[in-house]
Write a protein that binds this ligand. Structure first.
Ligand code: FPP
Length: 244
């Protein structure tokens, strides 16, 4: 099936998809491999999935790669995850793929706790892809929804924004996701059914989809299934069902 046919097959598509990439550890364990091999396979899976979403016409993809709570994992795993991101971003073929696919990379989350090398690798790819006009691939790394809200309140207080001037639009300007539409669909792989501090503010009216599929196995067919499920949902944003 061509990309065009796939698009036509699904009548209602999300603009922004968020993904909680879970199940890397279990994927590795099921193959008798160390957990980090699962994270590596997970990182390698990202371009394939991003390409598949773009082929369906999705404009924004936000992937949860490292949460503010993931610091509590064993030090070796934390270092391994940092290294996987740094290595991936520094690989010439990764940058080439982003350019070839016209993708733009963005980062959401804290940068101050990352090593200087990792910060440099991130800012290099952000800078090099900033003029691309295809899919925006938003990597949430050292990201937590509660931390995002706290830093927004702190920044507003520091800037002495008067309380009566704080409304939803003001707050949005202080979130890491400034300029991005809210996610329409949030996918969680690995079978669990929780949000885990992902895009708390932005996901108020997102549709949720979970699949038992582990993240490294989440392929084009899984993308199609998730989009198909989304197209069946009736979104009401707190209102009533629209007749017909
Ligand atoms: C959750 O699986 C996954 C993570 C905490 C890390 C996700 C990171 C990547 C896919 C690599 C990121 C790389 C790039 C290039 C953005 P888990 O370890 O909790 O799995 P488990 O529940 O099976 O143990």
């Amino acid at each position: 099936m061509t990309a065009e046919e796939k698009r036509n097959n699904i009548d209602k598509l999300p603009t922004h998809v968020g993904i909680i990439m879970d199940g890397n550890g279990r994927w590795a364990e099921s193959k008798g491999l160390p957990r980090l091999a699962g994270h590596r396979a997970g990182g390698d899976n990202l371009p394939r999935v991003a390409r598949a979403f773009w082929a369906h016409g999705i404009s924004y993809l936000t992937v949860y790669a490292f949460s503010t709570e993931n610091w509590s994992r064993p030090q070796l795993e934390v270092q391994g995850l940092m290294e996987i991101l740094r290595e991936t971003l520094s690989r010439p073929d990764f940058l080439e793929t982003l350019h070839k696919e016209n993708m733009r990379l963005r980062h959401i989350g804290r940068l101050d706790r990352l090593t200087a090398d990792l910060r440099k690798a991130i800012s290099n790819v952000l800078e090099r892809t900033k003029d691309n006009t295809g899919l925006t691939l938003n990597v949430a790394f050292d990201y937590g929804g509660r931390e995002e809200l706290l830093q927004a309140y702190q920044a507003m207080m520091q800037e002495r924004i008067p309380p009566e001037a704080v409304n939803e639009e003001t707050l949005r300007r202080y979130l890491y996701t400034i300029g991005l539409p809210d996610p329409d669909l949030i996918i969680r792989t690995g079978g669990e059914e929780r949000l885990s501090n992902f895009l708390l503010w932005q996901s108020a009216y997102s549709e949720y989809y979970t699949t038992p599929c582990y993240w490294p196995d989440f392929d084009e067919a899984e993308v199609q299934k998730a989009l198909q499920a989304y197209s069946q949902r009736q979104r009401r944003f707190g209102g009533l069902r629209v007749p017909g």
